[in-house]
Design a protein around this ligand. Structure first.
Ligand code: CTP
Length: 407
């Protein structure tokens, strides 16, 4: 992200606890991600953690002192101060032993003492040997911790320590943990509990079994919107064509190929969506008669008859949930504003996000975008500067939230 950091991490205090497990080497990557996103990260290591990873590593990554003992002269009240200053507490990895001690409410080291002294949300990221995770005692501890209000990120299936094969025990990846921390840091929002449907990417219209018509859309803008909506507490569904970026954490998704398939997937979900963000770039035309066999060269020019694909926003309009906020995109090369305003009316939209197709740093494939937001009934369109697509997503969702609140 940029030097100004990533909402909602900028300037926030994260207490990052590390207990002693082999996964703690991955926590160094998490410390880096949190710091880069703009957070101030205070690392607390248990004694066992120091057997696996050194304080110097975390100090270098966070630029802040690392805390270990409970009884360091001159720093005996560290646990109260660290716990009070933290906006969120994350323990990664949370080992079987650490979970047992936290479940009992022990406070015999700095990290367990911080857990008892904090009033902020706590995320425990479990990681251990698969048999230790499956043990009834660990499962009982996990249930008890959830009951106490701790969020628990369960271990994932995957390769364990050397020679231990694979199984459910591996710590979630740093970017998955980052996403969950972001959700905990997010202030209360009108998105909490709402259903958001987002489309992203291009579609492909088959010419023959080996060829298709498509466009340059990467899906980055839609994926950024889906990620930001989930972070704000929404239940998010993503309907995506063949995109080049991973589906964000927490987002339910379905992949489609053609515009007709995308229309069907949207039609099946739009009736329950409080917000629809149609950021996909569906192909507008499809071959009238796709060939079942590969088309062979004939030695002369060939004509391809095309017919229009269904317009997804228009054909699903009657199925929308009453009061839903609907956002469309307009990628234009000419008469930008006039075209955007026409789409606002023709497709029954509340907001149109307009981008110029030929502008450097904006539009398809890149990580940044410069958009103009055209709102129904607003006197003037709002022009945003060139921003990271994640910041554009947040700007769009801020406008959507204002519309939700006004309904
Ligand atoms: N859209 C849609 N169904 C289609 C094509 C587009 O729902 N078959 C949506 C897009 O996801 C976008 C909005 O309509 O939110 C505008 O898309 P755009 O391609 O700019 O407009 P078109 O309707 O295709 O019009 P034109 O080709 O004339 O620009």
């Amino acid at each position: 992200m940029t030097a100004t950091g990533l909402r909602p991490f900028q300037g926030r205090r994260v207490l990052l606890g590390v207990s002693g497990g082999i996964a703690s080497y991955k926590t160094a990557g998490l410390a880096r991600l949190l710091t880069t996103a703009g957070a101030e990260v205070d690392v607390v290591l248990t004694r066992a953690a120091t057997e696996f990873i050194g304080a110097v590593t975390f100090e270098a990554l966070t630029g802040r002192p690392v805390h270990i003992g409970l009884f360091t002269p001159g720093r005996t009240l560290d646990h109260i101060k660290l716990a009070r200053d933290a906006d969120v507490v994350v323990v990664a990895p949370a080992t079987a032993d650490f979970m047992a001690r936290a479940a009992m409410g022990l406070a015999d080291d700095l990290l367990t003492a911080c857990l008892l002294a904090t009033e902020s949300p706590v995320l425990l990221v479990a990681a251990m040997n698969d048999r230790m995770w499956a043990h009834a005692q660990t499962q009982a501890n996990a249930d008890h911790l959830r009951g106490l209000g701790y969020r628990l990120l369960e271990p994932e299936e995957g390769l364990l320590a050397a020679g231990e094969g694979s199984g459910p025990g591996r710590m979630a990846a740093p970017d998955t943990i980052l996403a969950h921390v972001g959700r905990l840091l997010e202030p209360a929002s009108s998105f909490a509990g709402r259903t958001v449907l987002v489309t992203a990417g291009p579609t492909r219209e088959q010419i023959d079994p080996v060829r298709f018509l498509s466009n340059y859309s990467s899906g980055k803008m839609g994926v950024a919107i889906a990620a930001a909506a989930w972070r704000r507490g929404a239940k998010v569904s993503l309907v995506a064509g063949p995109i080049t970026v991973p589906v964000p954490v927490g987002v339910e998704h379905v992949f489609v190929q053609s515009t007709t398939e995308m229309r069907d997937a949207v039609a099946g979900r739009v009736g329950t969506a409080d917000v629809l963000v149609m950021s996909a770039a569906p192909a507008d035309y499809q071959p009238a008669a796709p060939s079942a066999n590969k088309l062979k060269k004939t030695g002369s020019a060939r004509e391809l008859e095309l017919r229009e694909t269904p317009d997804i926003l228009v054909t699903t309009r009657a199925s929308r949930k009453p009061g839903a906020v609907v956002v469309g995109f307009a990628l234009e090369t000419d008469d930008l504003l006039a075209n955007a305003k026409r789409k606002l009316d023709a497709k029954g939209l509340d907001l149109v996000i307009l981008n110029a197709a030929n502008e450097p740093g904006a539009g398809f494939g890149v990580d940044t975008n410069r958009v103009t937001i055209v709102q129904r009934g607003a006197p003037e369109p709002e022009q945003l500067p060139l921003l990271d697509k994640r910041a554009v997503a947040d700007a769009i969702l801020d406008r959507v939230e204002a519309l939700i609140n006004g309904r």
